[in-house]
Design a protein around this ligand. Sequence first.
Ligand code: URA
Length: 449
Amino acid sequence: MAVLECETMNIVDVIRKKRDGGTLTREEIQYWISGTVSGAIPDYQVSALLMALFLRGMNDEEAATLTDVMAHSGSMFTPDDLGGYTVDKHSTGGVGDKTTLVLIPLLAAAGLKVGKLSGRALGHTGGTIDKLESIPGFHTNLERPRFLELVRKTGLALADHTADMVPADRILYELRDVTATVDSLPLIVASIMSKKIAGGAQAIVIDVKTGSGAFLPRLEDSRRLAQALVAIGSALGRKMAAVISDMSQPLGRTVGNALEVREAIDTLRGRGPDDLAALCCELGAELLVFSGKAEDRASAAAALGKLLENGAALAKFRELVAHQGGDVRVVDDPRLLPQAARRVEVRARSAGAVRRLDALSVGRAANLLGAGRTKKEDAIDPAVGVEIAKKIGDAVEKAETLAIVHVNDEANLAEALRMVESAYDLDSSGARHAPPPLIVERILGASQA
Ligand code: URA
């Protein structure tokens, strides 16, 4: 991004304007972002403006402008680069959330093109890149020409965010992290959507998680985030849908990188857990309808279900693994994935029905075992994690297995076991407990509603 020459503008005036509750113009936002990326505006002034934005907020137009300007702060993919119409999905992050591993080949099997840029695990939530890298040989650091070639020729590629795309987000995110300005709705929306816009897709579905394992656990916050993401993507000309989905308990039955790849492969064989398969079909259905490949969501979801059953989605996954250097034998024999040295069962202390299974505690336990990282530089252990035997609504006998912990380094094992056990709340009153609804709400862009 060229540094915006602006002799009449001064960053102190921009900070003061926002501090006093003013509305920033496109020129002011461009001046701020170009100065941030070039280094012309020092971190302390960028941080002061972030805090003013945090406290004063942004109106929809300002947030859309910030998103657009951030998206243009580095290199971008255009539909021409990608060989035409592409779709994308994003998840706000959860525990056991391996939907991308299933959904991306599923969409490609349905005839859509997907060039997906993903992130790594941070905090208690997992990251697609780490999961895929648990497949021996699989590489995600694709050079731009190779990434585009794969999308154009095979309809499918999945890579790590490159350093030259949306550099503004990287710089702002690092400053937000250390200035208590992460949890600002317009800043979150601009951060997420700028990366989606730079990725070049015309239709985007966002899986906004809600519940204890979500980034924003309260439904009203998840809803505001979903509405803002959809509004801004739509304002920037994308077809947008957001699905608010349950993250009060982990998705599927595994948490941990190789364990989740294994479960994704099972799901691509039509033998995965119902919630994971259903969520993938629901998210994919939005994109099939947007792309004119299906009349309505119900027929789209049914068509996607068939592609899971008949092996077409699995064949696309196999192609993805092969093209990105992974050991394809893993697809037929997931035992070739990294395996932990020991498995330790967590058993029920009494009989009952599972009333609660706290996703956050399970995510933290998996992290403690080494499945995630607390700092970007931390190494992860692909083999470790938690396998969930019982979920909300399941009946449990005394001493029956609730979960299995997969462990290598036992330094934190006792604490991880305690966390998994405390994630469960068993009700012995005889009352029945229904699992929480998987799809909580759906939000469409104004032109799609
Ligand atoms: N995810 C992002 O990419 N950015 C945020 O600000 C929060 C979550």
